[in-house]
Design a binder for this molecule. Structure first.
Ligand SMILES: O=[N+]([O-])c1ccc(OS(=O)(=O)O)cc1
Length: 569
C-alpha cells in the first residue's frame, strides 16, 4: 500500500448532480426541498465560486482525474465533436494513455471504489469504469437516458446502454433513476461490509438532466410555486443569494438575453406547461435528495458516517435545450413512447425539460447556462463535509472541478509525490481552505484556463476573462471581476487594458500548453449534433444498410446481365 498517512483514512462519497444550476439547491437559495444536502452544507463548507467546465464529459473527466480536459482526451462531448477534431490528441473521446482516475490511484493506496450512474466517458471494453479503477460499477455510457424505463431520450441514441462491471446490464422493470442508483450503491457497500478498506462511492445522478422526470408526490410539493414565472423566480433567487452571503450585497444580476422570452409573452396554456415543468425539476431535485438521505442513513447505521468526506457538486450549469422544438423530434418522440403534455408531465412516458428561460433563471445571478463560459454555464454548487472540515463556512476563493481529485488524495493521506501520474494534474487540493488554514488555494496572480467547444475563460484571482460563442455570445473577449460582479455585467477590458492584455497572453499560453484546437467563432454545437447523429445511425445500421446495398447491387447486376444477353441474342 502506498502513502498511508497517520490516523484512520476517510471514506469518500462523491455525489454528482447532472446539470444542476448554481442556485438550484436549498443551500444555495433554490426552492427545491433538499434537507439532506442542506444538512451536509451546514455541517461543512459551501463554495461560492466553484467552477466546472460548461459541458458534461470534460467536467467528468476533470473531476475524476484532476487533469485539464484537453489532456484527458475529453476536450468536449462526443455528441458535439466537430469532424476536424475527431481522432486528434485530447479529442479522442477516451482517456489518453497515462491519464489516471481517482479510483486507480486510490486503489493503489488500498481503497475500494464503487460507481453508479452516468459515466459518459467512453463505451467499449477498456473504456468503462471497471477498466479505470472502479471495483464495482453500474453505469450508463451515454449523456442521458429515461429515468423510468430503459430507453434513450434523444435520436442520437438507438438504445440506453447500461453496464455492470463492464458487461451489458438490464435495469429492473420498475425503477426510478435516483432511487435505483442509491439502492445499487448501497448493495455494493453492503456486499463488502466485512471488508476493512476505506472506500470511494461515486454516484453520478441522472437528475436533473433531460428528460426531467420525478415521482408525482415530489412534483406536487411545488404546486403554485412557479406560477409567477421565470422573471420573478430569478430575482427572488438573486435576493436570497445576497441574504445568504453567496454573492456580495448589491452585486448586479446578469442582464436577460434578448433571445429569451418574457413570461408575460406566453399564453395561459404555455404558462401552465412551463410552470409544471419547473415543478418537475424541483421535484426531481427533492427526490434525489430524499435518496441521498437514505444513503446517509445507511452509512450512519454502519457507523461509517463520521469517517466519510462528502463532496456534492454539478457537472455544468443548467440545460437550456428545448428538444420538442427541434425538427423531427415529435415524430421520434411518438415512436419512442413519449408525449409532452401537462397531464403526466415528468411521469413515465413524458418528455419534460425546462427550456432556456427557466435555465437562465436557475443560474441566477449568473448569465446564460450550460454550453457557455459565462458564470451561468460554469459556476455551480460545491459542498464539502466530513472529518476535519470546519462547519458552516462559505469559501469564496475561486476553485475548479480539477481540484476535487487532489482534494481526495490529500484527505486520503496519499504521499504528495504520488499524486501525479504520467499526465500531471492541474488542480489543487482544497483541504487547506476546508480546514480553515487559508482562505483560498490559488494565488491572486495564478492563471487557470478553461475551454470547451470554443467557449473559453481564463481565471486569475477574482478576475475572469471570457469569450462566449455564437449565437448566445459574440465571441469577443471580455473581462469581469467575479468577486463584485458574478452576473458579468460590467466589462472591464477598456477600464483595465493592462490586465486585459496580460490575461489574453495567459490564455494564449494556456491554449498552447493544453493543446486546445481552435474552432470558428460561429461553430454551432447543435448543428454538429445532427451531423454526428446521422453518422452514428449509419454506423449502427451498417450491417442492415450493407446487406441492402449488396442485394440492390446483385439485382442490378442480374438485370444488366439479362439485358446484355438479350442484346446479344
Ligand atoms: O447537443 N447534444 O446533443 C447534447 C448536448 C448536451 C448533452 O448533455 S450532456 O449532459 O452530455 O452535456 C447531450 C447532448
Amino acid at each position: 500500500q502506498e502513502g498511508t498517512g497517520a490516523g484512520k483514512r476517510p471514506n469518500f462519497v462523491l455525489l454528482l448532480i447532472d446539470d444542476a444550476a448554481y442556485s438550484d439547491l436549498g443551500a444555495y437559495g433554490g426552492e427545491a426541498r433538499t434537507p439532506n444536502i442542506d444538512r451536509l452544507a451546514a455541517q461543512g463548507a459551501v463554495f461560492t465560486q466553484y467552477h466546472s467546465s460548461p459541458l458534461c464529459s470534460p467536467s467528468r473527466a476533470m473531476l475524476l482525474t484532476g487533469v485539464d480536459n484537453h489532456r484527458t482526451g475529453f476536450a468536449t462531448i462526443p455528441e458535439t465533436l466537430p469532424v476536424e477534431q475527431q481522432g486528434r490528441p485530447g479529442y479522442r473521446m477516451r482517456f489518453e494513455p497515462g491519464v489516471e482516475t481517482v479510483a486507480t490511484r486510490l486503489k493503489a493506496a488500498g481503497y475500494r471504489s464503487y460507481m453508479t450512474g452516468k459515466w459518459h466517458l467512453g463505451h467499449g471494453p477498456g473504456e468503462l469504469p471497471d477498466a479505470l479503477g472502479f471495483d464495482r460499477s453500474f453505469v450508463l455510457d451515454a449523456s442521458g437516458a429515461d429515468n423510468w424505463e430503459q430507453k434513450p431520450y434523444m435520436p442520437y441514441y438507438t438504445s440506453a446502454d447500461w453496464f455492470e462491471d463492464g458487461k451489458p446490464a438490464t435495469l429492473p422493470k420498475d425503477f426510478y433513476s435516483s432511487e435505483f442508483l442509491v439502492d445499487q450503491m448501497i448493495r455494493y457497500l453492503e456486499k463488502d461490509r466485512a471488508r476493512r478498506e476505506p472506500f470511494l462511492a461515486y454516484i453520478a445522478f441522472q437528475a436533473v438532466h433531460i428528460p426531467v422526470q420525478a415521482p408525482r408526490e415530489f412534483t406536487a410539493n411545488y404546486d403554485g410555486v412557479y406560477d409567477g414565472g421565470w422573471g420573478q423566480m430569478r430575482e427572488a433567487r438573486w435576493r436570497r443569494a445576497q441574504e445568504r452571503g453567496l454573492i456580495p450585497q448589491g452585486a448586479p444580476l446578469a442582464p436577460v438575453h434578448e433571445k429569451l422570452r418574457s413570461w408575460e409573452s406566453l399564453d395561459a396554456e404555455e404558462r401552465a406547461l412551463y410552470a409544471r415543468s419547473m415543478q418537475v425539476h424541483a421535484g426531481m431535485l427533492e427526490a434525489m435528495d430524499h435518496h441521498i438521505g437514505r444513503l446517509v442513513d445507511y452509512l450512519k447505521a454502519q457507523g461509517q458516517f463520521e469517517n466519510t468526506v462528502f463532496l456534492i457538486t454539478s457537472d455544468n450549469g443548467p440545460e437550456p435545450s428545448n428538444p420538442v422544438a427541434q425538427a423531427g423530434f415529435r415524430t421520434w418522440m411518438s415512436r419512442n413512447g413519449y408525449t409532452h403534455e401537462l397531464g403526466n408531465l415528468g411521469e413515465k412516458g413524458s418528455m419534460c425539460f425546462i427550456g432556456p428561460e427557466w435555465a437562465n433563471a436557475t443560474a441566477s445571478p449568473g448569465n446564460l447556462f450550460k454550453f457557455h463560459s459565462s458564470e451561468g454555464g460554469m459556476r455551480v454548487p460545491l459542498i464539502a463535509a466530513g472529518p476535519g472540515i470546519a462547519p458552516g463556512r462559505r469559501l469564496v476563493g475561486t476553485s475548479f472541478v480539477t481540484d476535487v481529485t487532489p482534494t481526495i488524495y490529500d484527505y486520503a493521506g496519499i504521499d504528495r509525490a504520488r499524486w501525479n501520474g504520467p499526465v500531471p494534474m492541474s488542480g489543487r487540493s482544497l483541504k487547506p481552505a476546508l480546514s480553515g488554514a487559508v482562505p483560498r488555494v490559488y494565488a491572486a496572480d495564478e492563471p487557470v484556463g478553461m475551454e470547451v467547444g470554443g467557449n473559453a475563460a481564463l481565471f486569475k484571482g477574482d478576475y475572469k476573462l471570457t469569450k462566449i460563442s455564437l449565437p448566445w455570445g459574440d465571441a469577443k473577449w471580455r473581462l469581469y471581476n467575479l468577486a463584485t460582479d458574478p452576473g458579468e455585467v460590467q466589462d472591464l477590458s477598456e477600464k483595465e487594458p493592462e490586465r486585459y492584455r496580460a490575461m489574453l497572453a495567459d490564455y494564449a499560453a494556456y491554449e498552447q500548453e493544453a493543446g486546445v484546437l481552435r474552432l470558428p467563432d460561429d461553430f454551432n454545437p447543435h448543428k454538429q449534433v445532427k451531423i454526428n447523429a446521422i453518422k452514428k445511425q449509419l454506423h449502427h445500421y451498417r450491417f442492415v444498410l450493407g446487406g441492402a446495398a449488396i442485394v440492390l447491387a446483385s439485382l442490378l447486376l442480374m438485370w444488366l446481365r439479362r439485358r446484355i444477353l438479350r442484346a446479344g441474342a
